[in-house]
Design a protein around this ligand. Sequence first.
Ligand code: PHE
Length: 356
Amino acid sequence: MSEGAISPVQSNLLASLDALRTDFARRFEAATTEQVLREENAKILGKKGELTQILKQMGSVPGDQRKAIGERVNTLRKEVEDAFAARLAAIARAKREADLHAPPFDLTLPAREALPLGHRHPITRMREDLVTIFRSLGFAVHDGPDVDLEENNFTKLGFPPDHPAIDEQDSFWTTSGHVLRTHTSNVQVHAMMGQKPPFAFIAPGTCYRRDDDVTHSPMFHQIEGFLVDEKVTLTQLRGVLSEFAARLYGEGTKVRFRASYFPFVEPGAEVDVQCVFCKQPDGTNKGCNVCKHSGWIEILGCGMIDPRVFEACGIDSERYTGFAFGMGIERVAMLRYGIPDIRLLFENDPRFLAQF
Ligand code: PHE
């Protein structure tokens, strides 16, 4: 090919080829990621790429020149392809090097955001804490049925057949004279029928009543406690319950006993603890809705077991005396955690439960 025979079209083509030849290596070198490199490659070899455009103009090159120019185009294409492949490999190598020199990744480390762990329901926790306290005071755990004969829930405990408390408390009856127990006191009957004193038991369990408001739920939990032996006194009952309150709510928690009536104890009392919702730093209470402005919240009923209960259960009431108490687990939990509405404990809203 002689210089003089070159047409303007050819010289344009040759100029474009030269420009590309001096340019492509630098352009590939400047690409530091695979994506940029591929884009750059497409600008040259793609459908509308610079080299493709040059190829398209080959038609206007005179036949005798075509072969020579065609060879130059093909050589350049080969160079571009090789440079592309080499640069692609270099980028992959560099990435691998960078990964290898990055700070080590320890697969055995615990995940930074730990999976949220569940936990026991506040009532379960409360029950376990109460059981622990009474066990440490020497009480053993006794079980009893949720569905029981009317006789064990009421009659043997001294409720006369048409006692108004039966109407107030009973919820579900079956046709066979069974009732969903209204308190855990039925366990006193089962225990006394089954063994001879001395014994000291607690009995946690579910109870059912016709009740539904801020502090009462139709299904709730109690812990019954009873101790029977020769010469058991009211003073011992007070001692056990005062010690219980101190262990549960802290030394110095005020407790008061109010005379009250339950058919199965004589004398009977209700025990109140200081309301935590309106307790002031100086130890006094200013009164609030939860304690109905009294400064006290009732947590349990108690008393000396009535001799008629002993007799109904086959225990010698001349020889033995004993005390019993029954406390609402929800009540105690509400006081301990400052829960103003008992229903929160049964709605199972995770926003509430997560706070325990
Ligand atoms: N069973 C009574 C109640 O449900 C509580 C109680 C238990 C009272 C033992 C005295 C003795 O309210």
